[in-house]
Ligand binder design. Structure first.
Ligand SMILES: Nc1ncnc2c1ncn2[C@@H]1O[C@H](COP(=O)(O)OP(=O)(O)OP(=O)(O)O)[C@@H](O)[C@H]1O
Ligand SMILES: [Mg+2]
Length: 276
């Protein structure tokens, strides 16, 4: 009973680290005088929902802009599948399967719901679009395949019944879901969601949580920025807490939630945010 446990071999499967979808290493972002991110390192394990939380201005959207190539960091690297994303264009990064939604919805209001998703599907491969332009043989079948895929994505997010509606006529909550559907159309391996539940009522948020879990269950890794703490603490596998451009805590939701520094820096305010 008192014998010391045998040392676990380094190669034991139980101790093998999960494959990493994203490895953010010592990223810093300075905007002239302002330090938006002082130094940030964290990993997103494959197949998990990881949330990046923190007060307004903490640097969350800036981190998303760096990961997706919209902003070159002052320092640091972002590794994904052997590539350093800080050296690639947003288009190349999206082609690698790193896809984002924006803090404010970006949908084509004058197009139907289905057309919005089709637009996202066309971003998957230039050849499909080119073939359509040149009216090459097989385009009709290809068009039907794309429409079927779009319909499947709409069913997944719960918007199948709205497919022919103009996007402008959707409720705010439905527009947020359409934003997710457009992002899914780009076939992400890693999906970055910037405040997807902002402005949603509790029942819409509940439905949204189911969609985000469903995305993870399809094998897509999710990096989530969200102020709704109930959503974050319920669906996240890991939580990373940013404050003034620095990571002050990271770990399982239960551990982060009870971390005194996190409570001091954010969660007190987070409760006000959620009520306000
Ligand atoms: N393009 C920019 N030029 C100058 N400063 C910027 C720029 N983008 C962001 N900042 C500043 O960097 C800091 C981090 O901003 P960021 O938008 O990343 O915060 P956030 O954590 O996403 O906040 P929120 O929760 O309000 O969305 C803020 O002080 C912001 O004003
Ligand atoms: Mg933001």
């Amino acid at each position: 009973m008192s014998a010391a446990p045998a040392p676990v071999p380094v190669s034991a499967p139980a101790s093998a680290p999960a494959p990493v979808a994203l490895d953010v290493r010592e990223v810093a972002v300075h905007f002239s005088g302002l330090v938006a991110i002082a130094s940030m390192s964290f990993r997103v394990p494959e197949g998990e929902i990881v949330s990046l939380i923190g007060p307004n201005g903490a640097g969350k959207t800036t981190a998303f802009n760096v990961i997706t190539g919209f902003l070159k960091p002052t320092r640091g690297t972002v590794l994904c599948g052997g590539s350093d994303l800080t050296r690639l264009t947003p288009e190349r990064i999206a082609a690698l399967g790193v896809v984002r939604t924006f803090q404010r919805t970006s949908i084509f209001a004058g197009c139907t719901v289905l057309e919005n998703v089709l637009t996202g599907l066309h971003r998957r491969g230039r050849t499909e679009t080119l073939a359509a332009l040149l009216r090459l043989p097989g385009v009709r079948a290809e068009t039907q395949r794309l429409r079927a895929t779009a319909a499947e994505i709409l069913a997944f997010v719960g918007l199948a019944h709205r497919d022919g509606e103009l996007a402008a006529n959707l409720s705010y909550g439905e527009q947020r879901l359409l934003g997710i559907a457009i992002a899914l159309a780009a076939d992400p391996r890693l999906l970055l969601l910037d405040e997807p539940a902002a402005g949603l009522n509790p029942s819409e948020t509940e439905a949204f949580m189911g969609v985000v879990r469903g995305i993870r269950d399809r094998g897509v890794t999710v990096l989530l920025v969200e102020h709704d703490m109930r959503m974050v603490m319920t669906i996240s596998d890991r939580v990373v807490v940013l404050n003034h451009g620095r990571i002050i805590a990271e770990g399982r939701p239960e551990a982060v939630q009870s971390d005194p520094e996190v409570i001091r820096a954010y969660l007190g305010q987070g409760v006000r945010h959620a009520q306000g």
